[in-house]
Design a binder for this molecule. Sequence first.
Ligand SMILES: [Zn+2]
Ligand SMILES: [Zn+2]
Length: 346
Amino acid sequence: MEAARLHEYTDDMTEGLTIDEVDRPAVSGSDDVIVEVEGAGWCQTDNHIIEGMWTEYVPQELPLTLGHENAGTVVETGEDVEIVSAGDPVICHPVQTCGTCRPCRLGETMHCENSAFNGLTHDGGFAEYLHTSERAVIPLPSGVEPIDIAPHADAGITAYHAAKKAVGELNPGDHAVVIGVGGLGHIGLQCLNAMSAAQITAVDLKESALNLADGYGADHLVNPSEADVPAEIEAITDGTGAAQVLDFVGADVTTSYAPDITAGGGDHHIIGYGGHVHEPSQSLVNGEFSFVGNIVGRYAELQELVALVEQGDVDLHTSRYELDDVNTVAEKLEHGEIDGRAVITP
Ligand SMILES: [Zn+2]
Ligand SMILES: [Zn+2]
């Protein structure tokens, strides 16, 4: 089968991956599931993996097939698999877990001590077939197509995970700010809108992203190229600040907003990454606000997101590309030329 693989770390996105002919994965364990990939979302994290940014954090062996936002149809299952069988459409949680370590017992999928992460530590879904396990697949309800839902396997669940934490702290009358209405932000915004009564302000440099935010229920729109973000948030919130900030950019400039825009006791959630947090410790003491990290989400949260999608509460803005186009997609994303999410169709 064909697979888009990383052979060498590079900053040049035009030649990041090569299309290789590799063996089709086969069932080897009793709980294995082989999925014919119909859609695989391209993520900013794929660019970061190509750049080698993950080597400090996870063991990685090259060549590696990237692609962690996968959905498709089950073609083969191990003898003990019960929740799916050949022909079933599924979305694949990117992390294959052991099920027996303490984090797994607590439902903390992301902190499994014996995990494999598709497209990061294990061959992913920019290929015709994906090797995964029963604990990682979620059967799709009828009417939800794999190709349409694929990016929710990571972009969606990550946005949902942060939005769910924020919603738990948002009361009616409170304000939330969504910074960056791109691949993840446009999903996070809809999750907030579906699950809370808070007033939502969307912040983005691109007018097209702000228009998208407007359509997805943002109450206020702020463009940092035209307005001072802290001053705008102060005016919108009558000086109290935002109880919850979802930062889908995670650049130095966006994390620096926190002391000025986060309400006392509030949270500035870091979801996008690449920059640093450099705020004075005194600002955290005075404001008693927190920076909160977010990585992907639990298996159960992906089930909840699938329910929101089935109910029509979360729409996914996507464009489709062939497997051969992977480097074009990486290059376009690098230059901010992709609205919503690019989906590779192997
Ligand atoms: Zn991703
Ligand atoms: Zn585990």
